[in-house]
Design a binder for this molecule. Sequence first.
Ligand SMILES: [Fe+2]
Ligand SMILES: [Fe+2]
Length: 468
Amino acid sequence: MQLHEKIPNNVNLSQDRKLLRALEKWQPNYMKWWMEAGPAGFQADNIYLRTAIDVGSDGWANFDYVRMPDYRWGIFLSNPEHERQIPFGDMYGKPVWQEVPGEFRNQLRRIIVTQGDTEPASVEQQRMLCNSAPSMYDCRNLFQVNVEEGRHLWAMVYLLHAYFGRDGREEAEALLERRSGDFDKPRILTTFNEPIEDWLSFFMFTMFTDRDGKYQLLALAESGFDPLSRTTRFMLTEEAHHMFVGDTGIGRVVKRACDLMKLDANEDVRAQGGIDLETIQRYVNFWFSSSLDLFGGEISSNAADYFATGLKGRAKEEKYPDHVALAGAYDLEVFENGRLLEKQIPMRNAMNEVVRDAYVEENQKGVDRWNRIIKEAGIDFEIKLPSRRFNRKMGIYGGHFFDPAGNPITDEEFNRRRFDWLPGDKDKIFVKNLMQPVLELGKMAHWIAAPNTGINGKPIDFEYIRRA
Ligand SMILES: [Fe+2]
Ligand SMILES: [Fe+2]
């Protein structure tokens, strides 16, 4: 472990002068990007953050006060697995690659760049949120997510520099040049160009979009390209906190809505300064459907290629009995000539859908937790994940219209009911107006309940941010 170097790492960076020089050249550009596109404030303040200092079971959770620009963005790979074998695809059981296999070079670089691009994108999307944080605790969590997404960018840039030579270095520069929402140089994936201007959207993003990230990382953790597998394995340990922020954040907004409903049953939640459950449902509908698009097409020859070549597998490949997946089919509900019908898709072409299934299932557990809060309050309301056909922009359902239950409807019907189902300007303005900063020690904004516990065993009213 080389912690005291300019770039903390466990990849023996000091032994590779050429690579070290290339990364040291990239570093000032990264810092420039961070100051320009990272959190719009608080950069001089001391934030109580965790920093990865080791890949061991507790070494990565090292908490202390740090100014964000001084954060130790390091390069950490999970420990190598002895004699690891390619866990799926045509080369199932062969030794994993320690170098980029020449015939798959372009595909592999594309995978790494696409993953890498999402990391700085989310920091950019969230940069204004610190000015409307509902509490010091939440603001600290936002910064934790932001610095770790920054580290994930480092993780992908390391792979590009270490394994792809000149075009890798060019891609690494381009990762700092694109900007979320920019007309000329947008981020690669649509969801990562959506502005996140309020905290309800932030919690939705960390619940649904970061969880897409988790499933992409799980699929890459299976990769036959071992450095990619080891990098993503370690990223996953950090990612868990991001989803915790989203899941519990939405839970707290739900809880507050319920508390207000009980407090005054005659006055609606909005009039009492909370976010009503119907609005929360519309935000769920939007962010869930938008995040579903990130998994790619339901029937995908790309996904089949990635699987065949051993570059990208299924999340938790060991769960599946057949790692070659040449036999068998996936039953997919397709929409043809205005009708839904079941079709059998060759398993390899359905890999995106297999990963999407696992993702949907995990989200449902979070929704169940929110519904328990509502039920315990004695309120008759259930938050529901919309059908995976609802409001899709990509894949076989894109361009067709479905209600949240998944029934086909006309575009007129969809447009007539759009704002029953998706947040409209009225919702967005209402939610945005609630977003007034609350940074006094231990205080919470009116629209959100306090969390159950603080961070790292600290109390909720701990001084998570020390203003300079
Ligand atoms: Fe990330
Ligand atoms: Fe994340």
